[in-house]
Design a binder for this molecule. Structure first.
Ligand SMILES: [Zn+2]
Ligand SMILES: [Zn+2]
Length: 248
């Protein structure tokens, strides 16, 4: 029985490669759907693309989109000042870099924040389908256990959650602390972080032009989120929008 719990180095490597891919998919859906499309209305996605990304967010992150948009919009309104839900300058660098999840949850659980910052977001039938946010993550954990066995599946699930949370924390922590600044706002650009976060690491550019669906400002700045939007646009499945007013 115990033997069935063990795994080879090769199986471990395969599982970790899978985890890297699932985190990249989760991060891509986070930046394209949750961030650029829903929070900033910087791009309109065709319905099938939007539903697919919402399903992947549900399966791979357990995030309630409306809560994410509310917390993020509040972050833009009070960037690195009193009222910012997760600022390394207000709360401390390591606090945000390591504990961002808890700062996020605290703000997401505040009904006043959600109501004030997402007046324009109307719940639809898909919100009912994906309403149990933890059910998606549980299903994902079950898929990993079936694919890799109980022990390696549990390790893969933990690695997925930790890496996704770490990358998101790095946007709110490191990308407001380390890196180059092209524009006079408090955020920073980190090309290496952008590579791992579908372009989110170009955070100084984003804070300057939050209504732009393209974060890269130079050809050498890596923005896979924008490449995805451009590809979707080329086949009629996405329409980058001019900057519009958001819910607050
Ligand atoms: Zn920011
Ligand atoms: Zn933003």
């Amino acid at each position: 029985m115990f033997d069935s719990l063990l795994f080879s180095t090769r199986e471990l490597v395969v599982a970790m490669v899978c985890v890297f891919c699932t985190v990249q998919i989760a991060t891509l859906c986070t930046t394209v759907y949750l961030h650029r499309a829903l929070s900033h209305r910087a791009v309109a996605l065709a319905a099938p693309v939007e539903v697919a990304m919402r399903a992947l967010i549900w399966l791979l992150t357990g995030i309630a989109p409306r809560e994410w948009a509310a917390v993020h919009r509040k972050h833009h309104k009070f960037s690195d000042a009193e009222g910012d839900p997760h600022s390394p300058y207000v709360h401390g660098f390591w606090q945000i870099q390591l504990l961002n999840y808890f700062y996020y949850r605290r703000e997401a659980a505040n009904p006043e924040t959600v109501a004030r910052f997402t007046r324009d977001i109307v719940d639809d039938r898909w919100d009912r389908v994906f309403s149990h946010t933890w059910a998606g993550l549980l299903l994902f954990a079950g898929i990993l256990v079936v694919a890799f066995g109980p022990l390696l599946g549990a390790i893969a699930f933990a690695a997925h959650v930790l890496l996704y949370v770490f990358l998101n924390s790095s946007i709110n922590g490191a990308a407001h602390w380390i890196g180059y600044q092209r524009f006079a706002n408090s955020a920073r650009n980190m090309w290496f972080l952008a590579l791992l976060t579908s372009g989110e690491g170009l955070h100084n550019n984003h804070h300057e032009f939050p209504g732009s669906s393209r974060f890269a400002q130079r050809w050498w700045e890596i923005d896979p989120g924008w490449y995805t939007i451009a590809l979707l646009r080329s086949v009629g499945l996405a329409q980058p929008a001019p900057s519009v007013a958001i819910g607050e």
